[in-house]
Design a protein around this ligand. Structure first.
Ligand SMILES: [Zn+2]
Length: 402
């Protein structure tokens, strides 16, 4: 048996008045998704453990079959894995933003979405001036980088910078719950990063062009390497791939022993190369047992609060992803299982993730479809799988029953 997960990030939503109380999933014209629903069995799934925030990395981890409350160790380690950084058990790994600071105020979390090339120069300079046997910076994409502190102590409270633009830096510096020495080191690095970066030629040029400068580091979401079993060890899956435009999802896949497939034109936005991603997924199924096709676009539309755009992303997924998948399924009806679901809702009205249960459907040869014929937040509640809790989903997907 082969397994295809179509993960439409942030797909689910709330009823919207302007749509006559329908959700975007209900309002979108999605004949192929409905067709898949008619041969599938659906239900509702809890993807976020009570102890964690409803982040995509947490929810996707659950859907891949990991108990996130046990294995989630922060964004830093996932991004480090995605960048192919080789780190060991005693490395404390942080996501490290390049941010803009002025007169003690955090202006923004992204240094004006600085380019990867400019950022790399700054990260190299930071390593030159502040790096040593213990402290090492690794450059990633745009403002998103990694800081590793060898032998660091965890138990530090760091704040995500995107939650506090326009506020005082000193109110959100790393504070020790237990790791006093490491918290002190981080504060020191943040302050020193200012003098290294402030007058760097990259920033001088950005200032001249009226762009936001990248004049401070902001480490957060610390963790140690999770002792995650691979999907092979956990579920006996022989081979698998992740297709995504998002680093965190690739990092998750790598820690789970999956290969990364990158598709040209995959942007993570509404203009992504849907057809190319579907094609890559079907090609990967020829060689692999498990394919995780992650599509970020609906989540971004939800964050924008753009209802029409969200409906468009759903209709594009229907036409450009689910349609070719159904054509492929027609030739592989007896040896392909398909699951479709979002990781969490990103309701347009609130423009952020919620921890509500998500609607899912599973097609599996030999599993009798239920009577649900439309795939949306309400219909799935009447589905044959009723409601599932976290890792139960993977068990059901791989075996057909709980
Ligand atoms: Zn998400």
């Amino acid at each position: 048996m082969k397994y295809l997960v179509i993960l439409a990030d942030g797909f689910a939503d709330h009823p919207i008045e302007r749509l006559g109380g329908k959700t975007p999933m209900m309002a979108a014209k999605t004949p192929h998704i409905d067709q898949l629903c008619c041969i599938s069995k659906s239900g509702m799934l809890k993807t976020v453990p009570d102890s964690l925030h409803p982040g995509s990395e947490v929810a996707n981890m659950t859907i891949m079959g990991y108990d996130a409350a046990t294995y989630y160790q922060g964004r830093g380690v996932l991004e480090a894995a995605a960048l192919g950084i080789d780190f060991s058990e005693d490395d404390l790994v942080f996501r490290c933003n390049l941010v803009s600071e002025e007169d003690g105020i955090l202006l923004n979390h992204s240094a004006g979405h600085i380019s990867t090339e400019e950022a790399k120069e700054l990260i190299d300079e930071l390593n030159d001036k502040l790096g040593d046997d213990r402290v090492q910076f690794y450059s990633g994409v745009s403002y998103r980088h990694v800081l590793i502190v060898k032998g660091g102590q965890n138990g530090i409270q760091c704040t995500p910078p995107h939650d506090h633009p326009g506020e005082k830096v000193e109110d959100y510096l790393p504070t020790p719950a237990s790791g006093h020495e490491t918290a002190e080191l981080l504060r020191d690095l943040m302050m020193k990063s200012k003098s290294v970066l402030d007058n760097h030629p990259v920033n001088t040029k950005r200032k001249e062009k009226g762009k936001a400068v990248a004049n401070m580091i902001w480490p957060w979401s610390a963790g140690f390497k999770p002792s995650m079993p691979t999907l092979k060890e956990l579920y006996g899956l022989q081979s698998g791939v992740v297709i995504s435009a998002v680093d965190l999802i690739h990092g998750l896949g790598k820690l789970g022993g999956l290969q990364s497939v990158f598709v040209e034109g995959a942007t993570g936005l509404f203009d992504t190369n849907y057809s190319g991603k579907a094609e890559a997924a079907l090609k990967a199924l020829e060689e692999n047992e498990y394919v995780y096709l992650h599509i970020e676009a609906p989540d971004e539309a939800g964050h924008e609060g753009d209802v029409d755009l969200k409906i468009k992303t759903l209709e594009d997924i229907d036409q450009l992803v689910v349609k070719p998948v159904l054509e492929y399924l027609a030739k592989h009806k007896d040896d392909l299982s398909i699951a479709m679901l979002p990781d969490h809702p990103t309701p347009c009205e609130i423009r952020t993730h919620t921890r509500d249960f998500v609607p899912f459907m599973i097609y599996r040869p030999g599993v009798e479809p239920d009577l649900v014929q439309e795939y949306d937040e309400e219909s799935a509640k009447k589905g044959g799988f009723r409601s599932l809790d976290q890792t139960e989903f993977m068990k059901v997907f791989l075996s057909g029953s709980k």
